[in-house]
Design a binder for this molecule. Structure first.
Ligand code: SF4
Length: 485
């Protein structure tokens, strides 16, 4: 496989149960995650409680996204016309390979060998940094957490806080060890104080901002009626990328289009409160094409499909495309909190990753992606937290069914055999009565033996839980004995 094939999922990732099992052994990771998710979760609840019309906003966000999905083709063509009229150039990319080739060609056309980047899930999804590296172009991530991940040759573990699995001391060590290899080194006496770490990153990045001719960004939104593209961020690194270089290339998933500029009112309230628990993002950058003498003089917008139109075709699964990448569902998920993002083996971790990843890569095409819809307790916390009301639990159940359907035929798995057996038993009152009698006998046996495990292959199931002890007497028997038939 070439690097162009490394998209959405990280090749070679184990299935979720295997990766989660390994991650659970890492006590430091669990401690870091618990601290971070609890803090963000509490802050989000306070920020959301400030708005009386929060539920109305959620409903509005959901309906706008729903409308976008129903008329995606029209809004995308309108967006293309608006961006072109404002002096930008629109490119269409069917998959990661096409998108990477377009970006690489544009960068080389400017004679550049380095680019600065704003944190972007879309460019991670297509493996852009690796593809550019193959073409001799160095891409520098300028978001602080992305920089930490990149310097350590690591993988992100959270949509919004990619280095959530690292604590301050680990970050100081990464800076001291790696920064000098890629530019201005971190000071010898660097401490793990947040201010000192931020200053080291600022000095390291500043010279890159001033030198770069080309910047690459993702997009949070793009308005079809005006052609305005928007990026929200907290550090100001995005603003530097969007204003200093001569050329700006934006890679945007098709689903990020909004019908109208006025729709931003809804999303610019929903997103910051749900993601960083802020009333508004510290930096909201909106630009429309090219303005002579102000900012980049060349603007390219790459509209990326990469599995999105296939996802759109599934009416029950398509609402995964409503996601505004706030990460609120990750922070409330009991599974994510314990296993961390890297266990999902995808650029999209947590509950949204469990429904988006298998759809983007195709259900039934990868054992790893097929394991993701099962990475949930279906507790529903993600649905309650989602600012655009994506019903993730319902979609998980839908995708579980699709995964099972895609594997029909061949040697049946133990679960399939168990379900078949249940179907036979529940299909006849006589068989059910017999099973109840057997169950009552088993209950007496378990009671005598005192163990709560099953023998043979079923032992795997009881290795992590006690087997429920069947009642010594079935309801029917009790009813009969009580003379009530
Ligand atoms: S699914 Fe909802 S809560 Fe999760 S990241 Fe997307 S918008 Fe946020």
């Amino acid at each position: 496989m070439s690097r162009d094939d490394v998209n959405v999922v990280w090749l070679g990732s184990p299935t979720f149960p295997k990766a989660a099992h390994d991650a659970l052994q890492d006590t430091q990771l669990r401690r870091n995650l618990k601290h971070a998710t609890t803090t963000i979760r509490d802050k989000r609840l306070k920020a959301v409680a400030e708005l009386d019309d929060w539920e109305t906003l959620r409903e509005a966000g959901s309906q706008i996204k729903d409308r976008v999905m129903r008329h995606l083709d029209e809004y995308l063509l309108q967006l293309e016309a608006s961006v072109t009229a404002a002096g930008g150039v629109v490119h269409w990319a069917q998959d990661a390979r096409e998108a990477n080739a377009i970006v690489s060609k544009l960068v080389r056309a400017k004679g550049a060998t380095e680019v600065v980047k704003i944190k972007s899930m879309a460019t991670q999804e297509i493996g852009l940094n690796e593809a550019l590296e193959d073409d001799g172009i160095e891409a520098t991530e300028t978001d602080l957490a992305e920089l930490i991940v990149q310097l350590n040759d690591d993988r992100p573990s959270h949509i919004l806080v990619p280095a959530i699995h690292r604590n301050r001391t680990e970050i100081r060590d990464i800076f001291k060890r790696e920064m000098g290899k890629h530019g201005i080194a971190a000071p010898e006496d660097l401490t793990d104080e947040p201010r000192a770490l931020a200053e080291a990153a600022r000095v390291h990045l500043r010279e890159k901002f001033l030198r770069a001719k080309v910047a690459i960004s993702g997009a949070n939104f793009a308005c079809a009626d005006t052609g305005t593209v928007g990026v929200v961020e907290s550090e100001g690194n995005g603003r530097m990328c969007l204003t200093l270089p001569e050329t700006l290339i934006t890679v945007m998933g098709l689903e990020k289009v909004l019908p109208s500029f006025s729709d931003l009112e809804v999303f610019l309230q929903l997103l910051p409160r749900s993601s960083t628990a802020e009333r508004m993002n510290p930096y909201t950058s909106l630009w429309t094409g090219v303005t002579p003498g102000d900012g980049p003089q060349e603007f390219h917008l790459i509209l990326l499909d990469n599995g999105r139109t296939k996802t759109l075709a599934d009416v029950e699964g398509r609402s995964a495309l409503h996601c505004i990448r706030c990460s609120a569902c990750l922070n409330v998920c009991p599974v994510y909190e314990r296993t961390g993002g890297r266990s999902y083996g995808s650029v999209y971790p947590g509950p949204i990753g469990a429904v988006l990843t298998p759809q983007l890569v195709g259900v039934g095409t990868s054992e790893h992606a097929d394991s993701l819809p099962f990475a949930s307790t279906l507790c529903g916390a993600c649905y309650d937290a989602c600012p655009v009301r994506i019903d993730i639990p319902e979609m998980l159940v839908h995708l579980r069914a699709k995964v099972v359907d895609s594997h029909r035929g061949g040697v049946p798995k133990p679960e399939a055999l168990a379900m078949k057996g249940a179907q036979v038993v529940f299909g006849s009152p006589r068989r059910l009565a017999m099973a109840e009698r057997l169950g009552a006998m088993a209950g007496r046996f378990v009671g005598i033996r005192g163990g709560r495990w099953l023998p043979g292959p079923a032992r795997k199931w009881t290795g992590a839980r006690d087997v429920p002890v069947p009642a010594r007497e079935s309801f029917r028997t009790w009813w009969r004995k009580a003379g009530r038939r």
